[in-house]
Design a protein around this ligand. Structure first.
Ligand code: XIL
Length: 345
């Protein structure tokens, strides 16, 4: 049996995986227990899953992941309290049934803002009180900066400005365990102009007293992009602000962007591509290891190549509507790939 990845990095950082509850059982559950020291929900802790209707909280699926983390003594990341995606519409509809985003009357806009911040506080308070003893790192807000380096024009922003960010962090800090770490999470954090914008935002928030502990770098990356130099510089920039870094959603696509989806099945993927991926993983984990003082967790956005959200993208963009990606270090049958051997070296 393959040596556990978590043991290899025990002195450096936690090794995590994103999961759906069905993956906690069977062969995947065994891989999780053997190789990973941290866990996060791929979908079931998002607002649409936890509070699909106002006041109707659904913790059933989320609880399974929390219980698994407890039973197996794993770190738990909570993903995510606030996002513009996978959030139910009711948050942004006023008591008369109108969209708050479309409101033009300044007085009503102010009322809407207060109502939305109240709803946000209630959402967060209910979740944090339930899981405060279990969660080690909270993704408080996700993807609040856009690719052009502006604050994302989400309903949250349109209705409250940046107040939703402040309220979110302050509410989590008020109810969470004092050792729990609060994260701002995003993708393409290594790429300008987004990187600079995120840096400036975090700096301003910290100066304003907003309790942020770290930056989560999603790290949905490719074989040659972004460069490891850009990544290293990024982690160091945020560390200089006194923040922790976590790699929160790592996957190394075998395609560029947009994905060509040229491989229809895992079997069609060439050894050459898998070796390029292995080399990339080697560079990455060396980089993480030499920055272990400022990186506390490296989480993959899945376990093995049988289940990855990147398949949807690979097929969506390919000419024939079929496409297979293979971003992890385990193949679809849960056997180790060349990338595994490189990160264990
Ligand atoms: C993705 C999940 O993997 C998919 O199953 C779901 O359909 C959409 O969301 N950034 C994030 C994650 O922060 O929550 C996203 O997860 C991937 C991109």
């Amino acid at each position: 049996e393959a040596d556990p990845i978590k043991d290899r990095y025990e002195d450096s950082f936690d090794i995590g995986a994103a999961v759906e509850p069905y993956q906690l059982e069977g062969e995947q559950g065994e891989i999780l227990k053997r190789h990973y020291s941290s866990i996060v929900a791929e979908n079931v802790m998002k607002p649409i899953s936890i509070q699909p209707e106002e006041g109707k909280f659904n913790f059933e699926e989320a609880d399974k992941i929390v219980q698994f983390a407890k039973d197996n003594d794993m770190e738990l990341r909570f993903h995510t309290l606030v996002w513009h995606s996978q959030v139910p519409d009711w948050f942004f509809i006023d008591k008369k049934g109108n969209s708050m985003v479309d409101e033009t009357d300044p007085k009503q806009q102010e009322k809407n803002k207060q109502l939305l911040l109240k709803r946000l506080e209630k959402h967060i308070k209910t979740i944090v009180k339930r899981y405060k003893d279990d969660v080690d790192s909270w993704d408080v807000v996700n993807e609040v900066v856009d690719d052009n380096g502006n604050l994302r024009e989400s309903p949250w922003y349109k209705i409250t400005g940046t107040d939703y960010i402040k309220t979110a962090f302050e509410t989590v800090r008020k109810y969470a365990d004092e050792d729990a770490k609060l994260f701002i999470n995003d993708y393409n954090t290594e790429v300008d102009p987004k990187r600079t914008a995120l840096y400036e935002l975090v700096k301003d928030l910290l100066e304003d007293g907003v309790p942020i502990d770290g930056v989560g770098h999603q790290s949905h990356i490719q074989l040659g992009w972004p460069s490891t130099d850009a990544m290293e510089e990024t982690y160091q920039m945020f560390a200089e602000l006194g923040l922790e870094n976590q790699i929160t959603e790592l996957d190394v696509s075998i395609y560029g962007w947009p994905p060509s989806g040229e491989f229809n099945t895992y079997e069609e993927i060439t050894d050459d591509v898998l070796q390029q991926q292995a080399d990339r993983y080697n560079d990455l984990f060396k980089l993480y290891e030499r920055n272990q003082d400022i990186i506390s967790n490296v989480t993959f956005w899945g376990i093995a190549d049988d289940h990855t959200w990147l398949d949807d993208r690979a097929s969506q963009y390919s000419n024939d509507g079929i496409g297979k990606d293979a971003p992890f270090v385990f193949d679809p049958d849960y056997n180790v790939k060349p990338a595994y051997w490189e990160i264990m070296d």
